[in-house]
Design a protein around this ligand. Structure first.
Ligand SMILES: CC(C)(COP(=O)(O)OP(=O)(O)OC[C@H]1O[C@@H](n2cnc3c(N)ncnc32)[C@H](O)[C@@H]1OP(=O)(O)O)[C@@H](O)C(=O)NCCC(=O)NCCS
Length: 96
């Protein structure tokens, strides 16, 4: 699954980002999340988002790789009220 948040509020800017995604456990590590994020970025471009924020928990190595695979540039992390550190990445969406 994937969801796209068309606008960022303060919470999304700090923790959630523009895009969330998840792959069912039996289908993980087959490249689906990397493809899902690529397709979601194209959709973001269609709706006028040119700089896309994508976040993941500090210990979510798979999600960080998905973001880096799609050109994520890391910004400052944020710590939420539960003490969970969210890594934050920007992806500039080009026409290619
Ligand atoms: C995170 C998640 C979306 C990754 O989905 P996926 O389809 O397995 O990701 P991909 O197959 O595209 O893997 C991308 C890379 O991460 C690596 N990877 C995936 N899961 C990993 C894990 N648990 N530990 C280490 N590396 C992992 C893959 O090997 C791949 O590496 P590569 O680019 O060097 O080949 C999936 O584990 C998931 O749904 N988790 C629960 C929900 C979640 O955390 N969503 C993201 C919220 S930010």
């Amino acid at each position: 699954m994937v969801d796209i948040r068309h606008e960022l509020n303060d919470f999304l800017f700090r923790f959630g980002g523009h895009i969330g995604y998840s792959v069912r456990p039996s289908e993980r590590r087959k490249g689906y999340a990397t493809l899902i994020l690529k397709l979601a970025l194209a959709k973001c471009k269609d709706i006028g988002i040119n700089d896309c924020l994508v976040t993941c928990d500090e210990d979510n190595i798979g999600s960080a790789k998905v973001i880096l695979n799609n050109g994520g540039i890391e910004d400052q992390s944020e710590t939420d009220i539960d003490g969970i550190v969210k890594r934050r990445f920007w992806i500039k969406i080009t026409n290619s």
